[in-house]
Design a protein around this ligand. Structure first.
Ligand code: FEO
Length: 407
């Protein structure tokens, strides 16, 4: 665990977590950080928490003492969000001190009680404050449905630090650089990409609430954004606010100037047309991501569909329906409420069609409002005429994508 000072009286404690399924679902290729913060006045508060504190009281004592915090002076645990990646440490903390007060919203209080049996809770509402002494005053700002209904921002007035919890977070393990001004260009690109993975995997379902949170952040004077996952922003906190604003547009159909090909093939007939599509995209100088299903992880699939301005679905009919791994992927994208994408589908069939019917059902059922270029289906292997029709579809997609591009 790393311990870093982020301002006078404020420390970041962060650790990398690898080899987990986040929320029990998302396979994270590059890990995730869990951040917590300690704010010290005459009294001290811990904001959010870190799973993985090993539960040994001496280790926690040592970590706190190394940053000059007396554990006995920690009177408040601020739970910005009850999800256990931020609150799962409460029972461990009780091993070193048991007369603390939990600060959280009313919705979090109910869950804190049911998950941990805690009842020493102070419920806060919009604008409530907690004076820790020595100039450190925390204010609280509920953000329902960012990500769960219980979430809130905590804001420290003296240093103008926003403890934003899930909001403005990113996946991706951190090395030695934990602040935006320390990141190299490559590291900055890495965290933008991992921010997209995080937003699309965990947050995109709540995009309308996230937009309200962006407005709430804009109304505060902010020097530092200190999220629960990923780097902290002290040089240019506006950058992550702008990134999140753009991601919220990706959720509703905008995207980077790139195409994502979501494809699967039973015996290589649809794959022949995919090869043809690749040669067209290369010829036209269009960046593309090619994801073969079912080999790709859901985390990568959702993120890569989310960020692209154009989607190509290449999938055959399988037992009168859409090739199942592609159908499952699109259902997942629909559950995530990724709407308004521009798309083109083609695929092979043997003795019967049916893929197109199920595709339409998935799009309708999930209210995805995707805009489709007319699909191309072919019997068995694609013939020259079929490849010509596929090419026309790809070119139409490339042309129409221009309306969707937002870098
Ligand atoms: Fe980082 Fe919603 O948990």
């Amino acid at each position: 665990m790393k311990k870093l000072k982020i301002a006078d009286g404020i420390h970041l404690l962060t650790m990398n977590v690898e080899d987990i399924l986040f929320e029990g679902i998302w396979e994270l290729a590059n890990g995730v950080t869990l951040n917590s913060y300690i704010v010290q006045g005459d009294k001290a508060a811990i904001i959010d928490g870190v799973i993985g504190w090993d539960g040994v009281p001496e280790t926690l004592y040592r970590s706190l003492e190394e940053i000059g915090v007396e554990p006995q002076k920690i009177d408040y645990l601020v739970v910005n969000h009850m999800e256990p990646d931020h609150s799962g440490w409460i029972s461990n903390f009780r091993k070193i001190k048991d007369d603390f007060t939990i600060i959280c919203t009313d919705k979090a209080a109910k869950m804190v009680a049911s998950f941990y049996g805690e009842d020493r809770i102070r419920i806060v509402k919009e604008g409530d404050t907690l004076d820790l002494g020595k100039g450190k005053v925390l204010s609280f700002h509920p953000l329902p449905n960012v990500h769960w209904p219980d979430t809130m921002f905590t804001y420290e007035r003296e240093t103008k630090t926003l403890f934003s919890c899930d909001m403005f977070g990113a996946f991706g393990r951190m090395g030695d650089h934990c602040f935006d001004d320390e990141l190299s260009l490559d590291e900055s690109d890495f965290f933008e990409s991992e921010g997209i993975r995080y937003y699309s995997n965990v947050m995109t379902t709540f995009t309308s609430s996230l937009r309200k949170a962006i407005e709430k952040a804009k109304a505060l004077e902010i020097n530092i954004i200190a999220p629960g996952h990923g780097p902290a922003y002290r040089k240019n906190p506006q950058k992550i606010i702008a990134d999140y604003s753009r991601f919220s547009q990706y959720a509703e159909g905008a995207g980077k100037n790139e195409v994502t090909i979501l494809w699967g093939s039973m015996y290589g007939m649809t794959a022949k047309a995919v090869d043809h599509v690749e040669s067209i995209l290369q010829r036209e100088g269009v960046k593309y991501n090619k994801l073969e299903l079912p080999l790709e992880s859901d985390s990568e699939m959702v993120a890569t569909v989310f960020k692209a301005a154009g989607i190509i679905i290449a999938a055959p009919t399988y037992e009168y329906k859409l090739f199942p791994p592609v159908a499952a992927a699109l259902n997942e994208v629909g559950r995530k409420k990724i709407t308004g994408k521009l798309a083109f589908r083609f695929g092979s069939y043997g003795w019967s069609g049916g893929a197109e019917k199920e595709l339409n059902e998935i799009i309708e059922r999930n209210k995805m409002k995707w805009d489709f270029i007319e699909s191309v289906e072919f019997e068995g292997a694609p013939k020259q005429e079929d490849l010509r029709r596929v090419e026309a579809g790809v070119l139409a997609l490339i042309e129409k994508m221009k309306e969707k591009v937002m870098e």
